[in-house]
Design a protein around this ligand. Structure first.
Ligand code: NAP
Length: 329
């Protein structure tokens, strides 16, 4: 994998090809991830040279992800790139299990409050990259963009990004606020953004940051066919983890195994290396819940795909066919 630093748009911030996604650290994918696990996972990433830490105001009902990052980095603030997000928070909802639901509110006042709180939890005076987490249909995106631009001017964010966006969102946002990065779901089987978002970002000099590279663990190569997701595991809701779709996805993973073993890599390494080398993809964020997962995924930095591997992967993707379901949050 090419490990050279990649600038985020025309900003002064650069990142490596892999970043640590800090959503699962808050026990939001599955419960049972302790604070000690979270801190050790972030430290393992730093030890592997992965310093791009992707978090958000809503990663944890009470900022658990941001608090773990603060504890993990200690005095190493200047060695890491902290990417945060604002515009989504949790509300209590007793009709849900667990009793909470995500709410979008990208009104300027709310965004400012969330960023102040995030900076406090992280123990820092600035985010290196601050995204609007998702456009809020009730707030003109220009108002949200202007709010982020003001925060950048005040030094609370070095670079600004937009996540979960349409082309129209991107164009309207960028007309108000210098845009450095766009964060979208992207992996071997969910490639919608290649048709619109990636070309737009390449034309406009905006970095593309890919999330869900491992399809929430499905493409890690270690998920067993009899895996049962309890109600507390958010994966039970996704069609990709159910019935025939789950089977077909695991058949696809099996088709990657010979590629991985010929290269002396794991399936997760091959998946991450392939994702990171796709045209227009600037960086790839993998989530992890343990130091061991981080260390295994960081080996992808040393995984080099050759033409035979690319061809075999292309055939496996073709044979898998389209994956149903929503590809954007
Ligand atoms: N902008 C947005 O709206 C948005 C949305 C989603 C995600 N993101 C960002 O993107 C990051 C990545 O997404 P994600 O964390 O949801 O999904 P992901 O990276 O596709 O999958 C992460 C999950 O895969 C499993 N895993 C990781 N490495 C593994 C390994 N080597 N072996 C076995 N299992 C492994 C872990 O699950 P278990 O240990 O539980 O099995 C982990 O929680 C997030 O953490 C977040 O920072 C952003």
């Amino acid at each position: 994998m090419n490990t050279s630093p990649r600038p985020l748009g025309s900003s002064t911030v650069s990142v490596g090809p892999l970043g640590l996604g800090c959503w699962p650290l808050a026990g939001m994918t599955r419960e049972g991830v302790t604070r000690a696990d979270a801190v050790a996972t972030v430290r393992a990433a730093l030890d592997c040279g992965i310093v791009h830490l992707d978090t958000a105001y809503c990663y944890g009902e009470h900022g658990e992800s941001e608090r773990a990052i603060r504890e993990a980095i200690g005095g190493r603030r200047d060695d890491v790139v902290i990417a945060g997000k604002c515009g989504i928070h949790w509300d209590r909802d007793e009709s849900c299990s667990p009793p909470r639901r995500q709410v979008s509110d990208a009104s300027p006042g709310r965004l400012i409050t969330e960023v102040e709180e995030s900076l406090g939890r992280l123990g820092t005076d600035r985010l290196d990259l601050l995204y609007l987490h998702a456009p809020d249909p009730r707030v003109p995106i220009e108002e949200s963009a202007a709010s982020l631009k003001r925060m950048q001017e005040q030094g609370k964010a070095v670079a600004i990004g937009l996540s979960n966006a349409s082309l129209d969102n991107l164009a309207r946002f960028a007309a108000i606020c210098p845009l450095a990065a766009c964060q979208m779901p992207y992996n071997m089987l969910q490639r919608d953004i290649e048709h619109d978002i990636v070309p737009w970002c390449r034309t406009h000099g905006v970095a593309v940051i890919a999330y869900w590279p491992l399809m929430k663990g499905l493409l890690s190569g270690t998920m067993s066919r009899d895996r049962v997701f309890p109600v507390s595991d958010s994966r039970h809701r996704y069609a990709i983890f159910q019935g025939v779709e789950f089977e077909r996805n695991l058949d696809f993973v099996d088709a990657l195994r010979p590629v991985a073993s010929r290269l002396g890599c794991t399936v997760a390494d091959v998946v991450l290396a392939w994702t990171a080398e796709q045209p227009g993809i600037t960086a790839v964020l993998f989530g992890a819940t343990s130091p061991d997962q981080v260390q295994r995924n960081a080996d992808a930095l040393r995984c080099s795909l050759d033409d035979d591997a690319r061809q075999a992967i292309g055939l496996a993707i073709r044979d898998r066919g389209p994956v149903p379901g929503r590809q954007r949050v």
